[in-house]
Ligand binder design. Sequence first.
Ligand SMILES: *Cc1c(COP(=O)(O)O)cnc(C)c1O
Length: 423
Amino acid sequence: MSETRERNEPAAELAGAAEAYDREDELAAKRAEFVLDDGTVYLDGNSLGALPRSVPDRVADVVAREWGRLRIRSWSESGWWQAPERIGDRIAPLVGAAPGQIVVGDSTSVNVLKAVVGALRVVRAGSGADDRRRDGGEVLVDAGTFPTDGYIAESAARMTGARVRAVPADEMADAVGPNTAVALVNHVDYRTGELRDVAEVTEALHRTGGRVVWDVCHSAGALPVELDATGADFAVGCTYKYLNGGPGSPAFLYVRRELQHRFDSPLPGWNSHSEPFAMSADYVPAEGAPRGRVGTPDILSMLALEEALRVWDGVGIGAVRAKSLALSDFFLRCVRQYVPGAGGADGPVRSATPEEHARRGSQIALHCPDAADVTRELLDRGVVIDHRPPDTLRFGFTPLYTSFADVERAARTLGDVLRARRP
Ligand SMILES: *Cc1c(COP(=O)(O)O)cnc(C)c1O
């Protein structure tokens, strides 16, 4: 009895706090622009963003009218041909980029190849005869990187005679040496949710003539990304996570304006030609962002993404960041109350995400025994999260649609699940 009371008091207090936060939330109205069900808490937007309500009608129109009736005319009349750069410019303000530097298309994996090889070639073209990076050099990759980045960097190095060196992300800036040509850095660690000081790595590389490639998959749409201001050379990012573009929606590539004319793409498809319809046997690269294109864009996915980006109209990324931090702070507070043994540095359930706001992305990762089973049991109780091996539960907070009530329920349900497993 007394045990039940101890549990109920914080529950009432935290539920009340959640209600108050939701009332004061200036982004609260955005939630209605997404398709969500009331019975479910969706905290997996860091893997697949929810569907914005206006997308199905737009996709139906693209299929039935633009493709069905206008057919080939849509490449010009419906603006299909310019979609990769137009949508790139729509993403640009969300990642701190001036217009004309981002092109949308292909997957993140493919864009990692373009960026890493592109960066290596820029460094080589600018290096003197006694610079060992001229035909060798190293590519630094953070040791805990999302696997595809590491695989692709390895292949990019083999293609160019460079070699890959894996270093822990927080040692990256110190690891930069005279032979470092390129560093490929994840802005936010997909597993732990740790936010990295990419500006520091960028400065270290620029001091020694190297170039940086940022992977902003877990920061684009979740927090301010200052590509122009911090001197990023290349960046790649995903649009189906915090940008809600839909399953497999095309990724984006940023090439800093000063480097665009030196960008020598490893995938110089006809769409990146200066005059694609001249059908010339000789390759002449386009100027500007279109140089990052490859082949015919995937119009259906691309225009679904474009429509999805309309939810950002009138939204400042600063407000998104403030809410994201408030959500994750509140989640940690709830976890400390509801989860048996949580909160300590070495209890069974520990946060892998830094406490400091300056080092936190938009998710909280909890080390938890039997993470796969716990994830399934949460799902059975209407709380959708995911887990990553070996033992990490990921709770993703998408400020445009995650409410404080969602967060309170997720933590409370986690407590219930863990108590049921170990009565
Ligand atoms: C999600 C993610 C990817 C995904 O790559 P795809 O080519 O879209 O499958 C790549 N890198 C990072 C860091 C990611 O978080």
